[in-house]
Ligand binder design. Structure first.
Ligand code: KG4
Ligand code: ZN
Length: 342
């Protein structure tokens, strides 16, 4: 039986993503972002995101079909992110996906956004993803550590952030350093030439007492406060703030904890594989430290191409296709948008 042609829709945050795959072949990956509209607020505004999806989704579907050179009538199924994410934003995608499913008479698969990030790896040209694998997903909206025993039936949440997401920490610290949104690339640029060991910023939830209850959890709000205090003190003393050192030291603290906990999970659980995903993977220092420490621990590291790491519809389509090929039942039309889906 031929691999299924699946259209995937992603609207959980600020990217309107529509992807089309045939099995594990990527045919189209269209992304429209409302990032610029959010920039003046310094973060994603849910109401603005939902309205932007409503405007962008129709044209994005059209564009993806053109890019893939297929027509709606060719589709075998539709997949959509049902959660977690911003409720109003998710509803736009779920509503559109249901309309397509009904009108085309094809099955609909509602999928978990985080598992979708892991599914992005299915579209890689390299050897297929081996399981079990640990997955570290880091973006502006989430910071999660997963144990993936089987992509379609057995994904366990090992830990997540108890306050800010890693990307959110980059955005907030950038703001307090007077840099624009999104903060990740700005901090990266500011850190050039800086000494990552010049300021020892706190590593959240790494003290022995914290590790008992939060071994695989993350916390970045204390780090953000520590950076704010450090800058305030320097300014109060009349010193010039060494932007490159502060940026490099902050980034080092985030990367150290992210990679440290991910590798620890691999070692503890005897899983010699680690997958990275999410927009923060754009951080070159994160990739570098992950490569070094994975290498030293004998863990094989996988990072999907960056265009598949940020939120996109192709990863949702890929997971939908995988569900079909694994013989899973469709979701039907009765599911909603679940902003707090585990
Ligand atoms: O996955 P993504 O595009 O959207 C979601 O948040 O879901 O991730 C965006 C986040 C933002 O917080 C942004 O500051 C961060 O990823 N980011 C980075 C870098 N590029 C983007 N963080 C650190 N270093 C970067 N180079
Ligand atoms: Zn995401």
């Amino acid at each position: 039986r031929a691999a299924p042609l699946v259209l995937g829709i992603e609207t959980s945050c600020d990217e309107t993503g529509v992807g089309i795959v045939r099995g594990t072949d990527l045919l189209a990956n269209t992304i429209a972002s409302s990032m610029e509209e959010h920039a003046r607020y310094g973060g994603v505004v849910p109401e603005v995101a939902a309205r932007a999806h409503l405007e962008a989704l129709g044209p994005a579907i059209r564009q993806a079909l053109d890019e893939a050179s297929v027509s709606l009538a060719d589709l075998d199924a539709v997949a959509v992110t049902s959660g977690p994410g911003l409720a109003g934003a998710l509803m736009v995608g779920v509503g559109a996906a249901k309309a397509l499913s009904i009108s085309l008479g094809v099955p609909l698969y509602g999928v978990n956004h985080l598992v979708g990030h892991v599914g992005a790896d299915l579209l890689d040209d390299r050897a297929p993803l081996e399981t079990p694998t640990v997955a570290l997903l880091v973006s502006g909206g989430h910071t999660s550590l997963l144990l993936v025993r089987d992509l379609v039936s057995d994904v366990e949440l090992l830990g997540e952030t108890i306050d800010d997401a890693a990307g959110e920490a980059f955005d907030k610290v950038a703001r307090l350093l007077g840099l624009p949104y999104p903060g990740g690339p700005e901090i990266d640029r500011a850190a050039i030439g800086g000494d990552p060991d010049s300021i020892r910023f706190p590593r959240g939830l790494t003290k022995p007492k914290d590790l008992e209850r939060h071994r695989y959890d993350f916390s970045f709000s204390g780090l953000k406060t520590a950076v704010a205090r450090w800058v305030e003190r320097a300014e109060a003393a009349g010193d010039e703030v060494p932007l490159a050192d502060v940026a490099a030291s902050f980034r080092e603290a985030v990367v150290d904890v992210l990679v440290g906990k991910a590798i620890a999970a691999c070692v503890d659980l005897g899983v010699p594989r680690l997958l990275l995903g999410g927009g923060v993977v754009a951080n070159a220092r994160l990739r570098q430290v992950a490569e070094q420490r994975a290498d030293a621990a004998g863990i094989s590291l996988r990072i999907p191409p960056f265009s598949l790491c940020t939120d996109n519809g192709a990863m949702i389509a890929a997971l939908g296709a995988k569900l079909i090929m694994a013989g899973h039942e469709a979701s039907g039309l009765g599911f909603g948008a679940d902003s707090t889906l585990p």
